[in-house]
Write a protein that binds this ligand. Structure first.
Ligand code: ADP
Ligand code: ADP
Length: 226
């Protein structure tokens, strides 16, 4: 089964700009996949549609066999999204940020507390549960966004430019966390405009350019090793 199966996906924004022009893309279950492309290529639009934040104009999206049009709740609960921007809820304590997200998925409060603790411990943030989000460093904020995205134990984790603007040490620790998560079975898709990030982290890669897939290959092939 595919973790993600997208066919002829198109998006025309209000005002008429066509950000996606018939994207076809399949990502295998268990894959660690990079969507690579320059600014403005359509990466955020693509993952916005897949994670139910942006409405598609046409095309088909299936996540683990669930169709976005027929079973939007099934799709939503299968995906965890780590957004690029996190300027919301800055005065909320760390624990509440994660509990709110559990609420978004309809998880009852008692269950949410168990899951939030597990999620925060997994990212080494449990000791900071009382700290307001605005007081966290950039690296810790990113870790919190990952904990938040994992609270409902999604089978597919999508990250939008996860390491843009972070220093090398934080990048390394995020990379090793993501590798471990993938090794335990979570499918991961990330967007990046760093070829180096795609190469050292991912197994397969698609290059998106001006709203269409320009190339779909394995990292091994890309590096000339096959
Ligand atoms: P990327 O993530 O690859 O940088 P985006 O998906 O953010 O690309 O944007 C693709 C194109 O769509 C860009 O030209 C951008 O200006 C345009 N775009 C993005 N969001 C909107 C919007 N809400 N309304 C109109 N145009 C948009
Ligand atoms: P609001 O309309 O008040 O912004 P939403 O229900 O859209 O509330 O979102 C609630 C929270 O869940 C927000 O923090 C938002 O970023 C996040 N969120 C919204 N949609 C998704 C999604 N598809 N996947 C993961 N998180 C989401």
């Amino acid at each position: 089964m595919f973790a993600l199966d997208v066919q002829q996906l198109a998006k025309v924004y209000k005002g008429g700009f066509q950000a996606l022009k018939g994207v076809d893309l399949q990502v295998d279950e268990g894959d660690f996949f990079a969507l690579l492309g320059p600014n403005g290529a359509g990466k955020s639009t693509f993952i916005g549609i897949v994670s139910s934040l942006v409405r598609k104009t046409s095309g088909r999206v299936q996540v683990f066999g669930q169709d976005l049009d027929e079973d939007p709740e099934g799709v939503k609960s299968s995906i965890g999204l780590v957004p690029q921007e996190f300027n919301f809820n800055l005065f909320l304590p760390v624990l509440e940020v994660v509990l709110n997200q559990a609420g978004y998925y309809g998880i009852p409060r008692r269950e949410a507390k168990v899951r939030a603790e597990r999620s925060l411990r997994q990212l080494d943030l449990w000791d900071r549960r009382g700290t307001e989000m605005r007081k966290l460093s950039g690296g810790l904020k990113r870790r919190l966004m990952i904990a938040r995205a994992l609270v409902h134990e999604p089978r597919l984790l999508i990250l939008d430019e996860p390491t843009a603007g972070v220093d090398i040490e934080i990048r390394r620790s995020m990379w090793s966390f993501l590798r471990e998560l993938n090794a335990k079975g979570t499918t991961i898709i990330l967007t990046t405009h760093y070829l180096e990030e795609a190469e050292s982290l991912c197994r397969n890669i698609a290059i998106i350019s001006e709203g269409a897939i320009a190339e779909r290959t394995s990292v091994a092939k890309l590096l000339g090793q096959l």
